[in-house]
Design a protein around this ligand. Structure first.
Ligand SMILES: NC(=O)c1ccc[n+]([C@@H]2O[C@H](COP(=O)([O-])OP(=O)(O)OC[C@H]3O[C@@H](n4cnc5c(N)ncnc54)[C@H](OP(=O)(O)O)[C@@H]3O)[C@@H](O)[C@H]2O)c1
Length: 434
């Protein structure tokens, strides 16, 4: 049986001493400066390389090559899982710890988004703690807010900028006019992007995070297969700059919303008006906007990643463990999570859309573009054509009146057959609400 009485002392086993793990150990060294209700003691650590310099002295902690073995050690009360990945050692260690009656604190969004249901069920069946504030938006305390403080709110939408790497890249492309590949290379040099940026730029990282928020906010069992995901790698600097002339920013928006009795969940580049709270979020910051009754709208913002901010979020969960029982991991018991994620692709949803393209240098192409749209019954709200550059193609951007994405995909296919555009046109939804 788990002892849920308040504690004054917790013994930790830290699995993973990379960016976040090392950040956490450094913060624990400074615990006298924090406001914790008890004492944290690191008894054991686990990573792959024992000899790697981590900028923090780990020689005083018991070393485990295998985090799963550490998870069940007698002298730990809490497994802090900072390895990462939805399967493999992270999942095995978390499961072993929960079964052995150890509380689990993790920053692992892939694990919670993809395996959250089974892991939460396991935690519940053992009446055990599973906390994961650091898995979403780093230092921004949005998981706890949705789970606890906002549990009295009927949420209609949660939207956010949940990937600082993408937000940095888009902010820099707009600021400098540089191409995606060049800005990504700079971001990697400056430490704003991983050597392998795939999970970030593909939108999958943001999708993991929004699935976690959606599950809690809408009381639904996590189902990662239901998130529709698009990344940022197709966006051109000209799209950002022409959207700016329309008074919009292009952001990678992760959002979950109620529609037709189901929950839609998607990640995609979206044009948001410059006076929308998400448009104000520049560089590597994260933000989450929660909308619902009877509160209206709440905006949270702050550093969404990095050693310090993420370690601070882990520390908040550890502080919570001193207080005793922490409740079901996803807010409600997994058996009571009755919300349903929609399988319906958002391509039939009516919305305004942005099209950005470079038009071929031939007479009549501009008219051919507008004719192709008119033939599909799509009316244009705004259109800009910039003067042709050295490559003698003319950047064009337009915003349509509400139509469906699939209609516009048909138009773009026709445009491509007639060689009207000199590049592959981009199609992004426009959020017209401020
Ligand atoms: N970095 C961030 O800003 C951030 C923000 C929010 C959430 N997170 C999440 O936090 C977790 C950790 O991220 P991170 O950036 O700290 O990753 P990281 O720097 O790559 O560190 C991963 C750690 O796990 C260890 N590890 C990997 N495979 C292992 C194995 N089989 N057995 C034992 N140890 C193993 C590594 O050991 P070695 O050091 O010996 O290689 C390393 O210490 C992930 O779930 C991530 O999604 C990270």
């Amino acid at each position: 049986m788990i002892d849920h009485a308040p504690k004054t002392h917790l013994r930790l086993g830290v699995a993973g001493i990379g960016t976040v793990g090392a950040g956490l150990l450094k913060l624990i060294e400074r615990q006298d400066e924090l406001r914790l209700p008890g004492r944290l003691e690191v008894t054991a650590v686990s990573a792959r390389s024992r000899s790697r310099n981590r900028g923090v002295d780990v020689s005083g902690y018991r070393w485990f090559d295998d985090p799963v073995e550490m998870a069940t050690a007698d002298d730990i009360d809490v497994l802090v899982e900072l390895v990462g990945g939805s399967d493999g050692p992270a999942k095995l260690a978390v499961e072993a710890a929960l079964k052995a009656g150890k509380a689990v604190v993790t920053a692992n969004k892939a694990l919670i988004a993809e395996r959250g249901l089974e892991i939460s069920k396991l935690a519940e069946s053992r009446d055990n703690h599973l906390l994961f504030e650091a898995a979403v938006a780093g230092a921004v305390p949005i998981v706890r807010a949705l789970r606890n403080s906002l549990s009295g709110v009927i949420v209609s939408r949660v939207s956010g900028i949940l990937n600082g790497t993408c937000n940095y890249i888009l902010s820099e492309m707009l600021r400098t006019g540089a191409a995606y590949e060049d800005v990504l290379a700079d971001a990697q040099r400056l430490g704003f992007a991983e050597a392998d940026p795939y999970l970030d730029v593909s939108g999958i990282d943001a999708a993991h995070k929004v699935m976690i928020l959606a599950s809690i906010a809408f009381g639904a069992q996590p189902d990662f297969s239901k998130v529709f995901v698009e990344g940022v790698s197709d966006i051109e600097a000209m799209d950002l700059q022409l959207a700016d002339k329309f008074d919009y920013r292009i952001k990678l928006v992760a959002e979950a919303y109620r529609a037709n009795g189901e929950i839609g969940c998607r990640v995609a580049p979206v044009l948001v008006r410059k006076d929308h709270p998400l448009a104000q979020i520049g560089g590597p910051l994260n933000a989450v906007v929660v909308e619902g009754e009877p509160i209206g709208r709440l905006t949270f913002t702050g550093p969404g990643a990095g050693a310090g901010p993420t370690a601070a979020a882990v520390m908040g969960d550890l502080a919570r463990l001193f207080e005793g029982r922490s409740g079901p991991p996803l807010g409600k018991l997994t058996g009571d999570l009755e919300g349903r994620f929609s399988s319906r692709a958002p391509s039939e949803d009516m919305a305004s859309f942005f099209i950005g393209a470079r038009l071929a240098d031939r007479s009549g192409v501009f008219a051919a573009l507008t004719e192709a749209l008119a033939e599909a019954d799509v009316s244009i709200d705004k259109i800009i054509q910039d003067s042709a550059g050295e490559d003698e193609t003319a950047p064009v951007a337009l915003i349509t009146h509400p139509t469906s994405r699939s209609t516009l995909e048909g138009v773009l296919a026709a445009i491509s057959e007639q060689a009207i555009a000199a590049d592959k046109p981009r199609l992004f939804r426009v959020e017209t609400r401020s």
